[in-house]
Design a protein around this ligand. Sequence first.
Ligand code: ADP
Ligand code: MG
Length: 701
Amino acid sequence: MQKLTLDTPIEYLKGIGPRKADLLKKELQLFTCRDLLFYFPFRYVDRTRFYKINQIESEDLEVQLVGKLQSLQEVQGKGRKRLVGQFADDTGTVELVWFQGARWIKNALTIGGVYVLFGKPSKYGRQWNFAHPELELLTEFKQHGSPGFMPVYRSSEKLNAQGLNSRGISKVMQQLLPAVIDQVGETLADDLRNAVKAIPIRDALTGIHFPKDTKAMQLASYRLKFEECFFLQLLLHVQKRVHHSKVAGFPFEKVDAIFLDFYNNHLPFQLTNAQKRVLKEVRRDLGSGRHMNRLIQGDVGSGKTIVALLSMLIAIDNGFQACLMAPTEILAQQHFNGLAELLEGSAVTIALLTGSTKAAERRRLAAARMDGSLHITVGTHALLEDPVQFKNLGLAIIDEQHRFGVRQRAQLWKKNTLPPHIMVMTATPIPRTLAMTVYGDLDISVIDELPPGRKPIKTLHFYESGRLRMLDLVRKEIDAGRQAYIVYPLINESETLDYKDLMEGYDAITRSFPLPKYQVSIVHGQLKPEVKEFEMQRFVSGQTQIMVATTVIEVGVNVPNASVMVIESAERFGLSQLHQLRGRVGRGADASYCILMTGVKVSKEGKRRMETMVATQDGFKIAEVDMELRGPGDIMGTKQSGVLDLKIVDVVKDSGILAAAREWAFRVLEEDPKLDKPENAGTKAEFLKLYRDKSQWGRIS
Ligand code: ADP
Ligand code: MG
């Protein structure tokens, strides 16, 4: 047989052959020996550890027990016989069951013998049960000793059927690893490796597949995690550098009359320090002559809008136009109203463009955009459409990034000869290291301070039994001149059951808050836009005191007089949604409330969400818990970013490693931008292997 190399296709491995190789390609995307060598176990079974029966906790983990086989008995079940055994240690008894091979097993086992049992427990009533466990006499087990740590590889049903279950893969690895390990080149420079205390790559590969103890496994896993983070961060740095060095932007050189007049004479409040700092970062970008691509992260209510407006004024001062895009019609309308009010009396012109803008108005706006007399266009997705052109668009701002994708951002680039500067604003805080990875192509600014004078929002969690208290509280607030939201979950806009809940809730509310003293608005996704708008406006203008709604009001709506947010079936909302909803109140100077209503039966996770909401109002803390509960998969933007393709790193649990790797990647590139130093040769080779296509490396000069 020919000598195996890392590039040898896996069908040449002993025991694999074309059929299995085909499956490995299809099911696990493993093509070469290298792919297989870098296919890591996702967990280990610690066969050095023995459990007592009363220590068994979960159905998810195999356990190893020592005990006595007390009985074996064939039982006639429905149709089929099965063999049932009792197995005991000094803390309890478990049941063993075999559906096949009863005769053979009965002969092989000795009743009364002391065995080492290994298998996966499942629970029937209060009894733990093992189906087809492995059993070996303790005396025999002692002769060969514990198998140590058993790696567990992800497999698939089809692979299982071909003998490539976890154990089968491990066997292949036993053959592969010694044959090719010497060919694996080190990818990290010695100095870096020593500085971050990472073991050599070959040791790490051996340690990850065949750890002899916990320590070895941890060292291996750390090294490989660091490596994975490091190369991802290298890629992000390189991409960003390409962007900075190659994508030219319109230089907004001056800050002139329009900005200064507004700043000095019309700003309704003093900017917070965080707002000032972020504005400074933006100004630096805009003046640099390079293209700005910046994300502004700021919790709900942190005051992103004013930063957006001031940035747009800089564009106008430099002879450019600006646009602001929001994810929904209601939000675009609100932004338009708010900005128009702020701009009253100034020479800046502003207009609204949405899907429901009438044709004549559309034509008028198009003409004004093309002759440059219209400075700011606020709108929805409608702005992205091709026919929407500008005389000289210089800055495009996107509010609530999570509803827009990277592709949509790119559409904005085509609206001028050079791409207009892009500012993305999001109120969905995600942990910083993750943000840097998910939004790798963006520079990030954080508004990490709320405007002064905000009273904290008191958050309460009530079960159904607290409904009267909730209604009381709402009534008190309304009678004091305030307004309230009552929100129902509508996860799937077509779910009739949800609508039933919503409409019943609405009826109940109108009974508790009767006309003519109380007026109730209702807004949900199935209403016509005009009706929705009408109902919204009644609430915004204070004609109605209560807004019954689905999550259409989730983002951005600003009614400072609203002081109560009631969330029905709160257990059905995710944390970030709850946080967004709560952010609708607490915008005025008075104290406000958020009331989470749930049924009595709330899952453990649901409870944790309620507790977190009650405990904190810090969006970043909430985001951390959210990620811990849901994993990063549901976080917007993660899909495109590649963090979900990571092999061994968990961006949540390993955020410390991610941050360190980011730092190091930056330092390495700083000192050796093209990775040409001899000590970085291994790093460069690996980088090119991984990302030749993605990095645009060739474009760096
Ligand atoms: P968000 O970041 O959620 O978009 P907004 O821009 O809507 O927040 O601001 C929330 C509210 O806070 C608005 O009513 C706005 O006028 C007010 N606000 C913003 N900045 C300040 C500030 N520096 N001082 C006082 N109020 C502010
Ligand atoms: Mg906003």
